[in-house]
Every structure is written in C-alpha cells, then in structure tokens.
Design a protein around this ligand. Sequence first.
Ligand code: C5P
Length: 328
Amino acid sequence: MKTAILIWLTLQNSIHTLLIRYSRAREVDAMFVSTVAVWLTEVIKCVICLFLVAQEETPRRFVHALKTQILEQPYDTMKVCIPAMIYIVQNNLFYVAASHLDAATFMITSQLKIFTAAIFTVIILRRSLNRTQWFALAVLFAGVSLVQLQGTKSKEIAGESPFIGFVAVVVACCLSGFAGIYFEKILKGSAPVSLWMRNVQMAVFAIPSSFLAIYMQDAKTVNEYGLLYGFDSIVWLTVLWYGIGGLSVAVCIKYADNIAKNFATSVAIVLSTIGSMFLFDFIPSLTFLLGAALVIFSIFLYSSHQSMVAALSRLRGEIPSTKEAFCL
Ligand code: C5P
C-alpha cells in the first residue's frame, strides 16, 4: 500500500507541477481566473468523495450517514473548518506562485512545506527535533535560496515577479504545514469518521469560502466574461488533476506517513526538472543544480533519520505509535 502511494504521489506530483505551470505560463487570448479553478477543484473533490461515501453505504444509509455525521454533529464538522479554510488560501497562493516561478523552482521551493510541518509538530504537538533534523532544515533553506537566485535572473527577463512567487510559496508552505498537522490530528485522534466523510465535511466550508474568494478577488472579470472565462481542456485537466492530487494527499496522510510523502515529492522534483527542460526550454544553471541537490539531500537526511529511529524501535520490539513515528 505504501509503495503504491509512494509511486502514485511521485507521478501525480510531477505532472501536477508541470500542468499548473503550463496552464499559467502559456500564451492564450483569455487567461482563466485561478480563484474559479480553486473553487471548481473543491466541487470536483466533493463530488468524488460523495461518490466514494455512497459506495460504502446503501442509498438509505448514505443519506442517514450524511445527516448524522455532518448536520447532527456540528461541533465535529466545525473541527475541519480550520484546515478547510487554510487549504483554500494555500491553493490560491500556489496558483499565484505558479504564475511567477518556473516549474522546477516552484516545485523545489514548495518543499519548504516538509519543514514547516516539522516546525508545527514542535509547536503544536510539543515534540522536539534532534540536531540532524535541524541541520537538514538549515541545508534546505540554503538550497531553496540558491534555487531562488536562478529564478530571479530568469524571471526578470520574462517580466514576471519571482519575489511575489517566492513570498506566495513561503506563505503557502507555512499554511500547508499547519493544515497538514491539524488534519492528521483530527483524522487520527478524534471520532472515527471515514476519510471521505471528513473531506465532505471540509467541502461544507471549502466550497462556499472558495466561491466567496472569486468575488473578493476577481468580481470584475467574472461579471464581465463569466465564471468559465478562459477554460479550455488544459485548464479542466489542471483542475481535475489538482483535485485528484488533494485526495491523494489525504490518502497519504491516512495510510502512509511523512517519509513516503517526502520521498515521493523529492523524486518528483527531479522528474519535473527534466520535464521542464523539454516543455519550457528550462536550462538549469550550476547554482540551480547545487540548490536542487541540497534540497534533495536535506530531505533524505531528514527522512533517513526517521527511518533509522523507526527501524531501531522495531529491532527493540517497540512499535512507535503513529503520532510518535510522525514526530520522530
Ligand atoms: O501537502 P500539501 O500541502 O501539498 O497538500 C495540500 C493539498 O491537499 C491541498 O490542495 C488540499 O486542498 C488537499 N487536501 C485535500 N484533502 C485533505 C487534505 C489535503 O483535498 N484531506
């Protein structure tokens, strides 16, 4: 199961980065409104999750389950409100970042999320990180900064703003780290509600709030040209793929662990860099390669310690709890 998730997330992640960048960077007469794309992604995820919940129940029990687990448990439903809202802001920011950074830089800088998750583990779950892991954090920041140097040069020519892209990624990664930990805590630590039902609960907040974001940010364009302005097959594919990616992350949080996710995304960096070379004539500089190598090295350094501790615990006959394994 873990291997399957690992391979799937790697492929999903690399294609996702290339698609989102391609959808924003290509030259078209009508550029789609990204807030609409985020809203439609939430709608698609909700439809898929409702379908999956329906598969587990008979039609009568399906309606009953929705009633009892969503409407009649407002407190439990409210719990997912925070990650749902944060994910909406994060998803919008990732579109901003993809509009200003090339695919490889976008992918690499977004690896900061692994470490923001670690920091939130310390702050929220009150666990400590050892020296190797803090060192890995420092290496990551060095790597991301080097990658950013290349981004600054190439973007000035392209007329985009790598600074805006970089700020968007950093904020999105902080939100991602927080929301990921929070969602994991809810999923594994509270009432036994299925993963798909949790996502339906999230959609109760995510769909209206992402719709509101359209009118807060892009009311003029949407009023003038309609919601689906600029939507062609590439945009629909990006929206669908983003939705599938979100649900894959949810499955990963439930069935696998951070190590699997880290490995998947670091392999995806390499794949998307190769993809960028073919698709966007991206020529990596020496600085970029060094930065990318440091980022990947830091992820392996961080994850190898996790695997080592888990393996040692197993040897000693101790089975770390999910929470412990995650925090280690
Ligand atoms: O890990 P990362 O921050 O990249 O993943 C976040 C993505 O996964 C967001 O697009 C979010 O909407 C999606 N997600 C989801 N359902 C969950 C958890 C995350 O759709 N239960």
